[in-house]
Ligand binder design. Structure first.
Ligand code: ADP
Ligand SMILES: Cc1ncc(COP(=O)(O)OP(=O)(O)O)c(N)n1
Length: 276
């Protein structure tokens, strides 16, 4: 079984962060290990507190797993600050880790900050050049490209800018535009510096999308670990996230998380059909 590592923050509510990543990896039939960067007190209503771990605590977890386990892919989520990003980048280089998926988490949908502002440059300089793919939402893409939030909504222009930071691929998620209830389609744009590929799915009119970004990037990492090429890895991950939003069930009093388990029901269904 392939092994995949997530380096991210913990969401006590279980909908995003490390918890979403491990569930996603499990239903993709890969073995998930985790390095925690921060502990958030979080639920479906928002983030009530954040405790970022020391750089030493993060690196010690990383050394433990990297000395022992061979990973076929890894993803990063909430990295909190520039010191953590810098040290993680150094370890990824030291161990020559393959298939790095960087989800440059900045702000939770609830509006709570999950990254220090000073860390944006460190992402670009240290981590993106090591990444197979970066997966910003539209807001994150604009911050990274250094454009005003009101101007330049064109994902192609943003992707052309972001690819210059050194990742092999950029995936700009439909993000905040798809979150508008009036939207008809949820479109993500993949770019490798020469070709634009659009992934289009139905837009589901719901606020129950907690953990969508984390889940999508963990699915891409799992698919890469299983040997898919990038176009297929993203295409399959997009189908997975669409089903996970659509098959959502109520959790808590706020915005419910996506339903990772629907993939199991789906797998069960197709294997029953195969063997019946
Ligand atoms: N309401 C929705 N209906 C269908 N797909 C959605 C919806 N909201 C988000 N998505 C999809 O979920 C994935 C994660 O995107 P997004 O929610 O923008 O990430 P983030 O959580 O980082 O902001 C993308 O593939 C996006 O198109
Ligand atoms: C600990 C932690 N990490 C990341 C996020 C952001 O999750 P994401 O899937 O990008 O989107 P929302 O859940 O905020 O809609 C988080 N909330 N917590």
């Amino acid at each position: 079984m392939k092994k995949v590592l997530t380096i991210a923050g913990s969401d006590s509510g279980g909908g995003a962060g490390i918890q979403a990543d491990l569930k996603t990896m499990t239903v993709h039939q890969v073995y998930g290990a985790s390095v925690i960067t921060a502990v958030t007190a979080q639920n479906t209503l928002g983030v009530q507190g954040v405790k970022t771990l020391s750089v030493q605590a993060v690196i010690s977890q990383l050394d433990s797993v990297l000395r022992d386990i061979e990973f076929s892919a890894l993803k990063t989520g909430m990295l909190a600050n520039s010191q953590i990003i810098e040290q993680i980048a150094a370890k990824i280089k030291e161990y020559s880790l393959p298939n790095l998926v960087v989800d440059p988490v900045m702000v939770a949908t609830s509006g709570d900050l999950l990254l220090k502002e000073e860390a944006v440059e460190t992402y670009k300089e240290k981590l993106f050049p090591l990444a197979e793919i970066i997966t910003p939402n539209l807001y994150e893409a604009k911050v990274l490209a250094g454009v005003e939030t009101e101007e330049n909504n064109d994902p192609q222009v943003l992707a052309e800018k972001l690819i210059t930071y050194g990742s092999s691929w950029v995936l700009i998620k439909g993000g905040h535009t798809t979150k508008k209830r009036s939207a008809k389609k949820a479109v993500d744009l993949l770019y490798d510096g020469s070709q634009f590929i659009e992934f289009e799915a139905e837009h589901i009119p719901t606020n129950n999308t907690h953990g969508t970004g984390c889940t999508l990037s963990a699915a891409v990492a799992s698919n890469l670990a299983r040997g898919m090429d990038m176009e297929k890895a993203v295409g399959q991950a997009k189908k997975f996230i669409t089903g996970a939003i659509k098959n959502n069930f109520p959790v808590g009093q706020g915005n419910s998380p996506v339903n990772h388990f629907w993939r199991l029901q789906n797998l069960q269904h197709s294997s029953n059909q195969q063997f019946s």
